[in-house]
Design a binder for this molecule. Structure first.
Ligand code: ZN
Ligand code: ZN
Ligand code: ZN
Ligand code: ZN
Ligand code: ZN
Ligand code: ZN
Ligand code: ZN
Length: 510
């Protein structure tokens, strides 16, 4: 998957993601009889109805996608047997498309939403101001997706608690906020995890893009002796005036994404606090310092021979004015600082709002069971430990995920249960849980239910008895178990009356 913001496809995927749709594939190859027929740029799923949407994105600067491209999408949806689609263009959409969309809805039952530049801007603005339900409603109404899930009072309370609207903060230039203060996407049962404290920090950085050409020429002939080109970016913390080292996470993030910064961003506080720091450095001073530094680093030395055949050295020291600067750009970088208070656990996560895969600190990422340290994929609903695949024990009845320590497990078949669905039957001897399927064997003598570790079969009558009613007797080297004195007596009689070989056969018999 490409990085967010890098392509038009990703922008559309992000809008869908922000409305709660799950991005399944980007792109998705459409195969038929072993051949690739084409692709769908994004495949998304509505988690409430499990409906899959196929998305086609056209980023054709200056050209307007029309009937041919629309028909292609219809064909791809039909190959995949999908009933829902989105046709998005970064510019305009041919005016023959709305009636076509109407037609395929009537004749083929295909629901295709058309998105042009104007509609996409509207959706992006919803996303920036965190009007998530508006985006969700937008797609649900237009696609005709009805959610079966009824909203509960619990949902209402949670929604109101979570969203406390506050100030709106304006930013002149900023990386867009694509990801919010949500629970991490790698936790599969993340529906009920809400951060208890979250701050969106907007920190200012100065990005200075420069290039410099230096050359040393022969003083007599003018022949080029040596040259050097230097071009790179320098990022300065616009609060302290410090140049960021190249291994700084913010340097890496900004270097990759600063060209995607947007102008005049306004973000409203909704259930989180915005902390915007203003720049307090003198930009001209900083640029002068950077030019001086780059000029000094790029001194070159070359050797040449004079007309009199003398070896001489030429030193070229570039002037600060030779360093060409593009910018500087003062860009705010959105960084989330989010805390989850869950039961007795506290987790902190800090990550970039532009790309939540770019994580600075993540206390949820590793499994916490017995210092396991594998990657987390779920969270225990009882103790809130983050857990890996190996340590997760979903309840066999309701599928709620628990950790190894919190799940109740049948001692015989190892099936797991949550507290609510925990079987009430236990082994009468060890008191460990026995599920319904495994609690079928009782002691012939005392009728106690036992697990397979605490019972034996009588060799004579084949019935089971519990540990405390076993009668064991040793025959040469092997111990035999009996349910009762009468079974032992019956076995004994036949044993004693058989010959040597019969005795042997009898004791090794299972
Ligand atoms: Zn647990
Ligand atoms: Zn683990
Ligand atoms: Zn359960
Ligand atoms: Zn069982
Ligand atoms: Zn037992
Ligand atoms: Zn018994
Ligand atoms: Zn018996």
């Amino acid at each position: 998957m490409s990085k967010p913001g890098e392509s038009f496809e990703s922008q559309i995927a992000l809008i869908l993601h922000s409305a709660g749709f799950v991005i399944k594939e980007q792109p998705h190859k459409v195969m038929y009889q072993g051949k690739q027929m084409g692709d769908l740029d994004v495949l998304a799923q509505d988690p409430l109805t499990d409906t899959i949407l196929g998305v086609s994105c056209k980023d054709w600067h200056g050209q307007t996608p029309g009937s041919e491209q629309f028909s292609h999408l219809v064909e791809m949806l039909e190959f995949e047997n999908l009933k829902y689609g989105i046709f998005a263009s970064s510019g305009f959409i041919a005016d023959t498309l709305p009636p076509r969309a109407e037609h395929v809805r009537e004749k083929k039952g295909l629901n295709i939403v058309l998105l042009d530049h104007k509609e996409i801007t509207k959706l992006k603005n919803f996303a920036y101001s965190k009007q998530i339900t508006e985006i969700e409603d937008y797609f649900r109404t237009r696609l005709g997706l009805i959610s079966n899930k009824k909203r509960t009072i619990g949902d209402e309370i949670r929604a109101q608690k979570a969203i406390v609207t506050g100030r709106t903060i304006e930013c002149e230039r900023s990386l867009p906020v694509n990801f919010w203060n949500e629970s991490p996407r790698y936790i599969i049962n993340n529906q009920d995890l809400l951060p208890s404290e979250s701050t969106l920090k907007l920190e200012p950085y100065l990005v200075v893009d420069y290039n410099l050409h230096v050359e040393a020429r022969h003083p007599g002939t003018g022949k080029l002796l040596k040259e050097r080109d230097d071009s790179d970016i320098v990022i300065v913390d616009a609060v302290h005036g410090r140049i960021l080292p190249e291994n700084d996470p913010i340097f890496k993030h900004l270097k990759q994404y600063y060209t995607n910064a947007e102008v005049h961003l306004s973000i409203q506080e909704k259930g989180f606090t915005i902390r915007k720091t203003e720049s307090s450095v003198n930009q001209r001073e900083i640029v002068r310092m950077i030019r001086d530094q780059i000029a000094a680093q790029n001194e070159i030395r070359a050797y040449y021979t004079t007309a009199k055949n003398e070896e001489k050295q030429k030193i070229v020291r570039p002037r600060a004015e030779d360093v060409h600067i593009i910018g500087p750009y003062l860009i705010h970088v959105p960084i989330w600082d989010v805390k989850f208070h869950l039961g007795s656990k506290v987790y902190r996560r800090t990550y970039f709002g532009y790309d939540d895969d770019d994580v600075i600190l993540d206390e949820m990422s590793k499994c916490q069971i017995k210092s396991c340290k594998h990657n987390t994929n779920s969270i225990c609903i009882a103790c809130y430990s983050t857990i890996c695949d190996n340590h997760s024990r979903p309840c066999s009845t309701c599928s709620k995920i628990l950790c190894e320590l919190c799940a109740s497990t049948c001692i015989d078949c190892r099936t797991n249960f949550c507290k609510e669905h925990k079987p009430l039957t236990v082994c009468g001897i060890c008191k460990l849980i026995l599920c319904q399927n495994c609690s079928t064997v009782e002691c012939k003598e005392c009728k106690t239910l036992t697990c397979s570790n605490h019972r034996e079969k009588c060799i004579q009558c084949n019935d089971s008895v519990c540990d405390s009613h076993i009668i064991a007797k040793k025959y040469t080297l092997l111990t035999k178990n009996f349910c009762s004195q009468s079974c032992l007596n019956n076995f004994d009689e036949i044993y004693k009356s058989s010959g040597m070989f019969g005795k042997f056969k009898k004791i090794i018999r299972k």
